[in-house]
Design a protein around this ligand. Structure first.
Ligand code: HEC
Ligand code: HEC
Ligand code: HEC
Length: 429
């Protein structure tokens, strides 16, 4: 016996209604994407509490110099190269030169650049310039920065053309990117933080932009705000002009982040680049160059803020990876244990502790592999550590040895992270 299925015949009226609904929806989506971006106009400079001395301090903590000064070049003359998945971007001249820098910019134009990522000619700027963070600064601080940059020695150096891959050379596309990922909302205090923690939050989130490296990014280069400070990936130029990937580690008090760091540990690290857990090296060198100039109360507020962050969730299961661990243990005992000790607990004069270490446990093992291949790339003087120096192991150990060693470290000494393959080591060579 066959069952008779009755189809309800759609009435014209219903079809008409569905089409109308669709048209309204599509129109709404299009209107959302194409309509002008929210835009707050700059208050008059004279109405703000701008101070060039404060501006110089904000520029130092915001590390404008690290991105706008080429090593050995004139301060703030631009030309620093940024290699992204979308092409190569060069930072611009932000000295007070009228023709090449920002000397001729009005305060309104400067405010619009920091808040909305828009250049003097109205063009969209690439978020390699971290306006996604700077937009959260107070208008007073933006005014202070403006007044300070008016005093920066003019340098007549032209800007370099970016080399973007198709279609990212069209700056207008950034309109849609901003629609999705940039809101120029000012910083507001969070009820989840203490008042000191909120002071630190402002400095970290709006000025020092630690999240630009330490937060994972989505496919379109957007920071994944729901995973704030749970660890990101960063590509940095080497002295030889090549590029190397690094893991900017989890900075939350979660198990893979900094669970053993007290506020004093963070304070000491930001002031001196060294504490009982870690020694600054790699891309953090230029960050510490800025944080060491923080006023003690500001540094303390930042340390408080990190201690009040929500711990990141445990990302991987705690079973040992079976591959490579025994081989890795042998390599460790022969080459590393003398300084970092058999239990990985380290020694103040021989080598830092590798227990519950954020670099070892980072989701992305790049920084760990870099340290083994090239040794820790310590900052230039006046920074100094008075103890044994770790040498590079890139020539002495094979890719397989390093993969096994990294896997061993990631599953021992209280660390827990996925295993490392030889091809991941090859990529970092
Ligand atoms: C992480 C790197 C980075 C940091 C930090 C940074 N900038 Fe930039 N900045 C850039 C890049 C790259 C561009 C060029 C963007 C483009 O071409 O779309 C840029 C562009 C600009 C522009 C637009 C200039 C123009 O000619 O259109 C201004 C203004 C500016 N930066 C000011 C600052 C200030 C002030 C600070 C510090 C508070 C700062 N930048 C910190 C990377 C950075
Ligand atoms: C330009 C990218 C970048 C920025 C900006 C940045 N970091 Fe880092 N950070 C890294 C990388 C990469 C590492 C991994 C260590 C290394 O290889 O340099 C790291 C490591 C760290 C560590 C762990 C150190 C260790 O050895 O265990 C701390 C703590 C830290 N960063 C704090 C901060 C704070 C606080 C800020 C903001 C003031 C900040 N970082 C801004 C890239 C960055
Ligand atoms: C001669 C002593 C010595 C030897 C041998 C040595 N290290 Fe180190 N290691 C250090 C010191 C000291 C530091 C801190 C940076 C510095 O002061 O040079 C360090 C830093 C590190 C770091 C960075 C930790 C952090 O949180 O910043 C890692 C990871 C590391 N070593 C792993 C290894 C591995 C793996 C081996 C074996 C292949 C090894 N080390 C061999 C002395 C040594």
């Amino acid at each position: 016996m066959s069952k008779k299925v009755r189809f309800a015949r759609p009435s014209w009226r219903r079809i008409g209604f569905a089409a109308l609904l669709l048209a309204v929806l599509a129109g709404g989506v299009a209107a959302y994407f194409f309509c002008p971006l929210p835009y707050d106009r700059a208050p008059a400079l004279a109405s703000l509490d701008g101070d060039p001395v404060r501006g110089e301090y904000i520029a130092t903590i915001g590390n404008c110099a690290a991105c706008h000064t080429v090593p050995g070049g004139a301060p703030y003359a631009g030309g620093v190269k940024f290699v992204t998945d979308f092409g190569t971007i060069y930072s611009t001249n932000i000295t007070s030169d009228d023709a090449n820098g920002i000397g001729g910019w009005s305060f309104a134009a400067f405010h619009r650049a920091l808040k909305h990522g828009i250049g003097d000619g109205g063009e969209h700027l690439y978020p390699a310039f971290p306006y996604t963070s700077f937009s959260r600064m107070t208008d007073d601080d933006i005014a202070s920065l403006y007044l300070y940059f008016q005093t920066v020695e003019p340098v007549a150096e032209g800007n370099r053309e970016n080399e973007m891959s198709f279609p990212f050379g069209y700056r207008d596309l950034l309109h849609f990117w901003k629609r999705m990922f940039h809101s120029p909302r000012p910083f507001t205090n969070s009820p989840a933080l203490s008042s000191e923690g909120n002071e630190g939050a402002y400095l970290v989130e709006a000025v020092a932009h630690c999240a630009e490296c330490h937060t994972p990014r989505g496919m379109l280069g957007n920071a994944n705000r729901s995973r704030m400070f749970q660890g990101g990936t960063y590509v940095d130029a080497t002295r030889r002009g090549t590029y190397r990937q690094w893991a900017a580690v989890d900075l939350t008090p979660g198990a893979h982040g900094l669970p053993t760091w007290t506020e004093q540990d963070m304070d000491q690290y930001l002031a001196t680049g060294i504490n009982r857990h870690a020694v600054v090296h790699g891309p953090m060198n230029e960050v510490i160059e800025a944080t060491r100039q923080l006023k003690p109360a500001d540094r303390k507020a930042i340390s408080r803020y990190f201690s009040e962050l929500k711990p990141s969730p445990t990302r991987w299961d705690l079973s040992l990876p079976s591959w490579g661990v025994d081989d890795g243990e042998v390599v460790y005992t022969v080459h590393c244990g003398t300084c970092h000790l058999p239990e990985g607990d380290g020694d103040p004069t021989l080598g830092v502790s590798l227990q519950q270490n954020p670099i070892i446990q980072a989701e992305d093992p790049s920084s760990l592999i870099n340290v083994i291949l090239y040794g820790p790339d310590l900052p230039p003087p006046p920074f100094s550590v008075d103890r044994s120096q770790m040498k590079p192991f890139g020539r002495r150990l094979s890719d397989e040895d390093i993969a096994a060693l990294a896997t061993y470290l990631r599953s021992n000494f209280g660390n827990n992270a996925s295993s490392v393959s030889a091809s991941q080591v090859v990529r970092q060579r």
